[in-house]
Design a protein around this ligand. Structure first.
Ligand code: EPU
Length: 419
């Protein structure tokens, strides 16, 4: 078992370059199943979720050539099976995108029930509602999902909840359908726009991505032949912004789209951090103890749930009391127990957590319960007195490329060691 050992107390200073977005990449890779051809994808993050996505595609018959850790060519002309490997699809959440893509491509697919971070109930009823509205039949039994469709026909679909996954999945299943599909109450995250841009670059006709009504005019075929570069990861950028604030550092975040970071920028300023915005990079610095602030997580463009734990670290050392309301995932306060082991004073009850700011965190062995909790605990280790050990690194490796190397380049004393 590996752990990160972090000697705290160094303010982060220097430049960091943001990788491609995990949540765009894990949708774009299965979206290649819609293409009867070859495409090249660049700026892929080098993370374990991307590697598993590639293994699933290969198991279905795709041929993948790696040009570097971040660039691949995928040939999806010969998809040979409609049975996705259960052990791989059950390993992570985004395997559900194989359903939408394969329904379009082959009209049949069986996958394992999607796994992923344990954040509480993670229903997929809106995905299924969308597939059925387009004409598919979906059966869920014994840990597997089978979806079948003789023909997919465009229709109007209203999402009962704003769901990133269901919006993308319905887009994937509607691209080759007969006629026009509209998705009302669609999610608006930057990765939704990125997936739509990718599909349009390959010949799809999707309009309105990034607004709450998306219109998809079905086309006969996607031919590929293009190169696509994945959008920078807004959550990774936000993680480094909040790490800069918490450590009283001064960090230039390169290769980000600052427009995607507005809700985080607003909160950084509210807690006393400073920002210089260059459009595709951003300098974030802070010279004083953070002020308290209240946070409500919401779908984009609201404050993202995926930065809630990292913001929680900032608020744990704020000069006063803060409240976070978590409105997306019911179990996203597990990290607060670990921060309390480090001297924080946080009380979490249901959807709400109260942060009574303390002056200092103190090192302790801590366990990441999910990907973003892991990132938060690394930031906590960087600002704590003493040597913090962070365990359960497999969660962190799912979604952050070279995280300890990036923090080390900013001056953090952080090493991965075998326990
Ligand atoms: N929901 C339903 N029914 C559905 C789908 C979702 O009730 O059919 C509910 C969920 O229970 C949740 C809310 O709708 O309360 C939003 O869920 P959403 O579908 O948007 O989440 P997701 O697609 O499963 C993605 C990211 C998550 C991120 C959320 C919210 C991927 C692979 N995952 O999950 O990322 O937290 O959107 O932004 O894109 C992470 O990266 O750490 C992570 C967990």
């Amino acid at each position: 078992m590996e752990k990160l050992v972090i000697k705290g107390g160094t303010p982060l200073k220097g430049d960091v370059t943001i990788s491609g977005a995990k949540n765009a990449a894990v949708a774009i890779l299965p979206a290649t199943l819609l293409i009867n051809g070859i495409c090249r994808i660049e700026n892929l993050p080098n993370i374990s979720d991307v590697k598993i996505s590639c293994e699933i595609l290969e198991a279905l018959g795709a041929k993948i050539t790696w040009h570097s850790d971040n660039e691949i060519t995928i040939d999806t002309r010969n998809i040979t099976t409609t049975q996705a490997p259960l052990e791989l699809t059950s390993k992570f959440r985004a395997s559900y995108y194989v359903i939408g893509a394969m329904l379009s491509r082959k009209g049949d697919i069986t996958v394992g029930m999607p796994g992923g971070c344990k954040l509480g109930a993670r229903p997929i009823d809106q995905h299924i509602k969308g597939f059925e509205a387009l004409g598919a039949t979906v059966e869920v039994e014994k840990g597997t999902i089978n979806a079948k469709a003789k023909k997919l026909v465009g229709t109007a679909i209203y999402m009962d909840v704003t769901s990133v996954g269901a919006t993308i999945n319905v887009m994937l299943s509607a691209v080759l359908a007969n006629g026009t599909t509209t998705i009302d109450n669609a999610a608006k995250e930057p990765h939704i726009v990125d997936v739509a841009n990718f599909l349009n670059a390959m010949g799809a006709d999707i309009r309105g991505a990034g607004t709450d009504i998306i219109k998809i005019n079905g086309v006969k075929e996607l031919k590929g032949g293009a190169t696509y570069s994945v959008v920078p990861d807004q959550i990774e950028a936000g993680t480094f912004m909040l790490a800069a604030v918490a450590s009283k550092g001064d960090v230039l975040i390169k290769n980000c789209i600052t427009k995607h970071l507005e809700s985080i920028t607003a909160k950084v300023i509210e807690v006393g951090g400073q920002i210089e915005d260059f459009g595709d990079s951003m300098r974030v610095w802070c010279t004083k103890r953070p002020s308290p602030a209240n946070i409500k997580t919401l779908p984009y463009p609201g404050f993202p749930t995926d930065l809630q734990p990292q913001m929680g670290v900032v608020l744990s050392i704020a000069d006063g009391t803060s409240i976070i309301n978590e409105n997306i995932w019911e179990s996203r306060f597990q990290y607060t127990e670990e921060l309390n082991k480090m001297g924080a004073k946080i009380t979490a009850q249901g959807k709400t957590a109260f942060f009574e700011g303390v002056k200092k965190l103190t090192a302790a062995p801590v366990y990441s319960s999910d990907l973003r909790a892991g990132a938060a605990l690394i930031i906590a280790g960087i600002i704590a007195d003493g040597e913090t050990e962070v365990y359960n690194l497999e969660h962190i490796d799912r979604g952050y490329e070279n995280i300890e190397a990036k923090f080390r380049a900013l001056g953090a004393i952080i090493n991965r060691v075998k326990d």
